[in-house]
Design a protein around this ligand. Structure first.
Ligand code: 6GU
Length: 239
């Protein structure tokens, strides 16, 4: 997979040089490039924003630098991700879709957003996705792009040493993950749940599933159909 990230603050993407993407790069799974949007400006001040038509607070990103950036970066089979709090929410299923793409171009907006004509124009020649990472507001799309890229890269075939750890984690089965424990068996007076020391793999699987359902019902009832909450808690008594 090829990934291009475009931003007026390319330094935000320094972490991509570190463990996660670094590992994927070393394995030859991804080819990442970071670009400063200002390289596609032509005025003395390298302006990337201007006041909004119609009035109102804040600034809007100008269309021309984005148009030139995308002219240069788009290929035959590119997907352009515009990070925006008004986008489609990122989920594990959505990240799995992104992991199928050949070329992702992240366009990171700042201020009140990018002139809508950039998104409309890009949609005429590439797949366009507007993505949000949650219902809160960041100062810009860079941190969101990092989160989306990381969620995607770790799903690329060959990235995970042990693909089982992908299957068992939170959200992969629609449930939050069960609590986990390691040695020592006693710590500051707290014990590890005895079933985990029992060697009974069936009982352990049942306990973990029950814990996952309870946690999900408690913290994220929106992830469970109402019937599943009652059913599962009744069917699987707590150990
Ligand atoms: Cl993608 N961008 C910004 N600026 N804020 C956000 C977001 C994105 N997702 C959630 N909040």
């Amino acid at each position: 997979m090829r990934i291009d990230l475009v931003s007026i603050f390319p330094d935000y993407f320094a972490p991509l040089e570190l463990s996660l993407a670094g590992k994927a790069r070393d394995k030859g799974l991804i080819d990442i490039a970071v670009h400063d949007l200002r390289q596609w400006t032509h005025d003395r001040h390298n302006s990337t924003d201007d006041t909004p038509y119609g009035g109102g607070a804040g600034m809007v990103m100008k269309p021309e630098p984005w148009g030139e950036a995308l002219d240069q970066l788009l290929g035959e089979r590119s997907t352009v991700v515009f990070t925006t709090p008004s986008g489609r929410p990122l989920t594990q299923a959505f990240a799995r879709e992104l992991a199928q793409r050949e070329h992702l171009v992240f366009a990171c907006g700042r201020y009140e957003g990018i002139d809508q004509r950039v998104i409309d124009d890009t949609a005429g020649r590439a797949e366009v996705l507007e993505i949000s990472i949650g219902d809160y507001v960041l100062n810009g799309g860079e941190v969101a792009a990092l989160a989306i890229a990381e969620a995607t890269i770790r799903l690329l075939p060959g990235f995970m040493g042990n693909p089982d750890s992908l299957v068992e984690e939170s959200h992969e089965d629609g449930l939050l993950e069960y609590p986990v424990y390691t040695k020592p068996a006693q710590w500051r007076g707290h014990e590890v749940p005895p079933v985990l020391l029992s060697g009974n793999h069936g009982a352990i699987a049942t306990w973990r599933h029950d814990q996952a359902v309870r946690r999900t019902a408690e913290r994220r009832p929106d992830l469970l159909p109402a019937s599943a909450i009652a059913d599962d808690l009744d069917l699987v008594p707590a150990v």
